[in-house]
Design a protein around this ligand. Structure first.
Ligand SMILES: Cc1cc2nc3c(=O)[nH]c(=O)nc-3n(C[C@H](O)[C@H](O)[C@H](O)COP(=O)(O)OP(=O)(O)OC[C@H]3O[C@@H](n4cnc5c(N)ncnc54)[C@H](O)[C@@H]3O)c2cc1C
Length: 442
């Protein structure tokens, strides 16, 4: 079941020409379109389903700097700067609140791990710090003094996943950009080696620039054109409560539970320490690239083999441009949530904070998260493919960094000085012999 998402009225017609075309109407695609349109470029964004219909409306809503790969820090700092001013800038609601993020420490060992990350934060003048047990009680009352402390960043925030991508898409339209929904991009064509047009299910758009921000579909899309993006998916389950008063505004992540206050007065609740991984043919093709990540995450992964294996087996990347593609066959990827994982999350939450005892569940859902081998996205051009760009692989933390990623992508497409050093996000790192490992300090 899909979580609530604000509506966007699509433009009625597909233009024949654009300065740039964007594949995907998640937070990354709409942010890219927004920053390109702000620069005066004529953009067309094509979304196969609805704006924000996949990961961008299904996530927890954390906009956090803490706990990230240090290579991402300048971009997330820029992204938080954008979040803080975006509602005023676009005169629409995204639900951003600077209410802080805290990771609770149940043991001294947890606390020692967090201490390491505080050192990274200092290098970027972040306000991340360790909280004492009594300070934890201040931001998360009712924990009964059982916490050893917490990693806390007051300048971190939260936003409303069902609102953010739609609000930015409407802002794109107000700037003259075109938003198309139920419009899958099937592929692209080149002339003299340079990207020259994009083919959608509704026809051809002449353009010199294509940004692939297709979330969990980017690998399949690129494979059709002989480009190998190492990307896999894990399924993460979430629920929301009905309006409930637990007295906690900070986004809290504890041992095997996580919460975020919602604008509707309820809480988004998840496990945080468990997700499902469906084996597919790519599990074997990409085993070597993902081995370090697997070893790091193996405690939290619950393997499954079933229908998804055969579905992926059938998704061969050899479609013709005049035939229906896998993108049209599945307009919205809406995986079933895991009841057992969510039951565990609720049990752990209630044991940690008895104030949640009376909370009633309003809805549950899941999302397919796209991950790269180092859990860092690719925001980059594609070597040897002039005119082609990728902004994908956000590895479970792309909502918070989405506006910043869109700004960086727009800088790269339009040319000029990028807002941050794009080197950590270069696509070529997957193929040029760079040692790829996920960062693990928290
Ligand atoms: C359960 C869960 C919890 C999470 N929690 C957080 C969190 O708290 N904080 C955080 O920062 N991040 C979080 N994330 C991750 C975050 O949601 C994602 O990293 C981010 O939304 C990715 O945005 P995106 O635009 O790249 O992808 P998506 O939102 O998935 O959008 C991609 C879009 O591309 C479209 N598309 C694909 N192929 C085509 C095609 N060929 N033609 C047209 N359209 C196409 C898809 O339909 C989709 O709408 C979470 C994710 C999940 C699922």
């Amino acid at each position: 079941m899909s979580p609530p998402v604000d509506p966007v009225t699509p433009n009625p017609d597909q233009p024949k020409q654009a300065d740039a075309v964007i594949v995907g109407g998640g937070i990354v695609g709409v942010s890219t379109a927004y920053f390109l349109a702000k620069r005066g470029l004529h953009v067309v964004l094509c979304e196969k389903g609805r704006i924000g219909g996949e990961q961008s409306s299904r996530n927890w809503g954390y906009c956090r700097q803490q706990g990230r790969d240090p290579g991402e820090l300048p971009l997330i700092i820029e992204s938080l700067r954008i979040w803080r001013g975006i509602e005023q800038e676009i005169d629409d609601e995204v639900g951003f609140r600077q209410a802080g993020v805290a990771y609770l420490a149940g043991t001294e060992e947890d606390l020692a791990g967090y201490e390491q990350w505080v050192e990274y934060a200092k290098q970027y003048q972040l306000d991340t710090r360790l909280l004492s047990p009594s300070e934890v009680e201040g931001i998360a009352p009712g924990g009964g003094g059982k916490w050893k402390g917490a990693l806390y960043t007051e300048s971190d925030g939260r936003a409303e996943p069902g609102k953010a991508a739609p609000a930015l898409a409407r802002a794109v339209q107000r700037l003259g950009g075109v938003i198309l929904t139920d419009c899958a991009v099937r592929g692209f064509e080149t002339e003299a080696g340079r990207l020259s047009s994009v083919i959608t299910e509704k026809g051809v758009i002449k353009t010199q620039a294509l940004v692939v921000a297709g979330g969990a579909w980017s690998r399949l899309f690129l494979r059709r054109h002989g480009i190998d993006l190492p990307q896999q998916t894990v399924v993460s389950s979430v629920l929301r409560t009905k309006p409930h008063e637990a007295g906690i505004e900070t986004s809290i992540s504890g041992p095997n539970f996580a919460i975020r206050r919602r604008l509707d007065g309820g809480y988004t609740v998840a496990h945080g320490g468990a997700s499902n991984y469906d084996l597919t043919p790519d599990s074997f093709r990409l085993m070597k690239a993902f081995w370090p990540a697997y070893r790091m995450e193996k405690k939290s992964i619950r393997f499954r083999i079933g229908q998804r294996f055969f579905e992926a087996l059938g998704q061969t990347a050899d479609w013709r441009m005049d035939m229906e593609t896998p993108f049209e066959k599945k307009r919205i990827w809406d995986p079933a949530p895991s009841k057992s994982i969510l039951d565990e999350a609720v049990r752990n939450l209630k044991a940690a904070f008895p104030a949640f005892d009376g909370a009633e569940v309003a809805q549950s859902w899941a999302g397919a998260i796209d991950v790269t081998p180092d859990a860092v996205p690719a925001i980059s051009d594609v070597e040897g493919r002039p005119g082609l760009f990728v902004a994908t692989g956000f590895s479970g933390h792309g909502f918070g960094i989405g506006p910043g990623a869109g700004r960086l992508m727009a800088d790269l497409v339009a040319g000029g000085q990028p807002c941050v050093d794009p080197a950590p996000f270069r696509f070529s790192r997957f193929h040029d012999g760079t040692k790829i490992r996920p960062f693990a300090a928290t």
